[in-house]
Design a protein around this ligand. Structure first.
Ligand code: PEP
Length: 254
């Protein structure tokens, strides 16, 4: 059975709780009917309001978490806290966390396992920088990143993750990977997941992220190894995000 698509909006550090509510209400109005999954990742403080507003129409997740359930980690937010306000997913290892907040492959691995243990869906983000792409060897590097993120994760748990391939050079830059560039990597990741987890890998969705918008979404989403998108800028505009969902409807109608 083919995987349905997953379109996920990462709002980053945008929107106060009240603004977030207005955004999600606009989104609910703009969204077409769809059999695909639509997710949003608001800032922590807006989670509860957004969860209450969407009911079961959208999947709501957080943009980060700590891997410990509680303790002396000033300023951090734990998975039980997220779960209690209704978050059902969490971004792990987004490149902005890696770049600005010291996220490492090791912490990504701990967060991935902790999220699964807490019953949340980890969206495990990996991607290469522009110098890494230019040097060549980026496929091996991405394989290493994904292996490190999933180290020690048993096949029985692996079906509960989502993988997001987000080339760092495409995030927030307006430069999108071509359909072929994105497909090359997602196909490699699909093959790797198959080797690691066998049949359990079939349910894992692999998303592309990096300046996806209403214009380029159809081509990316039609690529055989791309199961959806992780979308930053365009997810802050209800019409643009809705157009991406409409593109998924078109390329994967049944
Ligand atoms: C992201 O934040 O994950 C992202 C892909 O951002 P943008 O769509 O703005 O490039």
């Amino acid at each position: 059975m083919p995987r349905t698509k997953l379109l996920a909006g990462n709002w980053k550090m945008n929107k106060t709780p009240q603004e977030a509510l207005a955004l999600v209400q606009g989104l609910l109005e703009a969204l077409p009917e769809t059999r695909h999954t639509v997710a949003v990742f608001p800032p922590y403080l807006a989670l509860e309001r957004v969860v209450d507003a969407v009911g079961d129409r959208l999947l709501v997740g957080a943009q980060n978490c700590h891997f410990e359930a509680q303790g002396a980690f000033t300023g951090e937010v734990s998975l039980p806290m997220l779960s209690e306000v209704g978050a059902r997913a969490v971004l792990v290892g987004h490149s902005e966390r890696r770049q600005f907040f010291g996220e490492t492959d090791e912490s990504v691995n701990k967060k991935t396992k902790a999220a699964l243990a807490a019953g949340l869906i980890p969206f495990v983000c990996i991607g290469e920088t522009l110098p890494e792409r230019r040097q060549g060897g980026y496929l091996a590097l991405l394989e290493r990143q994904l292996r490190a993120a999933l180290d020690g994760l048993p096949a029985a748990a692996a079906g509960g993750i989502v993988v997001a391939y987000e080339p760092v050079w495409a995030i927030g830059t307006g430069v999108t990977a071509t359909d072929g560039e994105a497909e090359e990597v997602c196909a490699l990741l699909r093959a790797l997941l198959g080797r690691l987890y066998g049949e359990a890998a079939a349910g894992i969705r692999i998303l592309y992220g990096g300046s996806m918008n209403a214009q380029n979404a159809a081509g990316l989403l039609a690529s055989p190894s791309i199961d959806g998108g992780l979308i930053g800028g365009a997810s802050l505009k209800p019409q643009a995000f809705a157009a991406i969902v409409a593109a998924a409807n078109e390329v994967a109608a049944d």
